[in-house]
Design a protein around this ligand. Structure first.
Ligand code: HPA
Ligand code: MG
Length: 178
């Protein structure tokens, strides 16, 4: 069923079953790669909160979890301006940091986080994103773990918002074209 948020209509797009499979795939891949060290998962707020929750419940090795909060997206278009709101407070010396994003589109947010990480003496970083819009992504940072590649449609649900609304939806909806 379509839903209306603010002044826009959204239609069902990706089911919770498909999301769950994509999350499990990412969890399995990361689990295989990090059995012998303790990675720090760095969730990017607000959008990645649901992905982080489901992903990390399926990650069965030792890990630490922290969050960073930037602002990058206003309404339905990316501004390209990214401001840090909650910073990195932990000691990242010699740590493997796995950045956890809900979605990578232009990659502006990811690029900003990577530049913040590079101010710390980390061992390495990896990037995990539930969704990737490959036709819009224009940065060279590898996205090491991707749940699902999607076209350049505006989506919401499962943590993703339209102007603050829709993050609580269990499924992904996409903006309905007139
Ligand atoms: N929806 C919501 N937030 C976003 C999107 C999107 O499609 N892309 C980047 N941030
Ligand atoms: Mg948003």
């Amino acid at each position: 069923m379509d839903i209306k948020l603010h002044n826009k209509t959204f239609e069902p797009y990706i089911s919770s079953n498909t999301i769950a499979k994509a999350v499990s795939k990412v969890a399995d891949e990361i689990s295989k790669d990090y059995q012998n060290e303790i990675p720090l998962f760095l969730g990017v707020l607000n959008g990645s909160f649901m992905f982080c929750t489901d992903l990390l419940k399926q990650y069965n090795h030792s890990c630490e979890i922290s969050f960073i909060k930037l602002a990058s997206y206003q309404q339905t278009s990316s501004t390209g301006i990214v401001n840090q709101l909650i910073g990195l407070n932990e000691d990242l010396t010699n740590r493997t940091v796995i950045i956890v994003e809900d979605i990578v589109d232009t990659g502006n947010t990811l690029e900003k986080i990577v530049s913040l990480l590079k101010e710390h003496p980390i061992k390495e970083f990896k990037a995990a994103s539930l969704f990737l819009k490959p036709t819009v992504y224009n940065k060279s940072i590898p996205i090491d773990y991707v749940g699902l590649e999607i076209p350049n449609d505006f989506i919401l649900g499962y943590g993703l918002d339209y102007d603050g609304l829709g993050r609580n939806l269990a499924e992904i909806y996409k903006l309905k074209e007139k």
